[in-house]
Design a binder for this molecule. Structure first.
Ligand code: NAD
Ligand code: ZN
Length: 247
């Protein structure tokens, strides 16, 4: 913790790259962690199959059943890790926040410099006329949601397995990562591509990994904290960096 605090205090451009582990303390299960959805079976199907592009097109009814039950957590609140990241951004320390999460909790906590590689459950679009729909609207529907204007299926703006991640978020994430001096990678197994390959753009000094289990980035890291992300982030003291504010 002492080394992490020193790294943070020296950093002028800090970027955070996170995954589902950042939100487990908010009550949203991850995929590959000890209580993750991958430990469960759904009639012989894995979550990876059910959240794939082909499953969405072939069995939209089953897709939405799984999606509504397991991917929507509208009452979840930001935890201490989200709140500390918002504080770091306000202080001008954090210059970019890249997440694979679709739960919108970083925005809820107040972060603005957020790159959501896999989209967000808060955005939904008609697949034909592109009319946008809110999460509240989607939650009031049942079965396969249909556009009120044209009757086509309304699809959540989340990246399914087999789909490309959000282009704007991916480009922004790579740009931020290539320009930062310190990169914190936390709460992610780094098994989902191409999101994980964003890390290849890192040219800075300090790579910090905070994760309960081993990750492929550990070998390259200057510091590995094998612990709870919420506890680690909560213990950090935020020092101002006025030059980095509002970036
Ligand atoms: P993952 O489930 O593959 O890996 C999560 C990692 O975080 C595991 O290694 C686990 O040990 C670690 N972890 C869990 N809780 C932790 C904690 N409190 N402190 C420290 N480490 C902790 O997650 P991933 O790499 O993000 O890949 C999953 C994919 O599924 C992502 O693309 C994401 O879009 C999606 N997903 C999103 C959410 C969400 O939005 N909250 C939840 C589940 C899955
Ligand atoms: Zn429509």
């Amino acid at each position: 913790m002492k080394t992490l605090q020193e790294i943070m205090d020296r950093s002028k451009r800090l970027v955070f790259f996170g995954g589902a582990g950042v939100s487990t303390a908010s009550g949203i299960p991850d995929f590959r962690g000890e209580n993750g959805l991958y430990r469960q079976k759904y009639g012989g199907l894995t979550p990876e199959m059910m959240l794939s592009q082909s499953f969405f097109y072939l069995h939209p009814d089953l897709f939405f059943e799984f999606y509504r039950e397991h991917m929507l957590h509208p009452d979840a609140q930001p935890n201490a890790a989200h709140r500390k990241l918002a504080e770091l951004e306000r202080a001008g320390k954090l210059t970019g926040l890249v997440t694979q999460n679709i739960d919108g909790l970083h925005r809820k906590a107040g972060n603005r410099l957020v790159y959501e590689l896999h989209g967000s459950v808060y955005e939904n679009y008609c697949m034909d006329c592109r009319r946008p729909y809110s999460l509240e609207w989607l939650m009031k529907t049942s079965g396969v949601p249909r556009c009120e204007d044209c009757g086509a299926v309304v699809k959540p703006y989340v990246t399914l397995y087999g789909e490309a991640p959000d282009h704007y978020a991916m480009t922004g994430a790579c740009r931020e990562i290539s320009g930062c001096d310190t990169l914190i990678v936390a709460g992610t197994s780094l098994e989902v591509e191409p999101a994980a390959s964003c890390l290849e753009y890192f040219r800075g000094k300090e790579l910090v990994v905070i994760n309960r289990e081993e990750t492929p980035a550990d070998a390259r890291a200057t510091l590995v904290l094998r612990g709870d992300i919420e506890e680690v982030m909560d213990a950090l003291i935020v020092r101002e960096n006025p030059a980095g504010r509002g970036r």
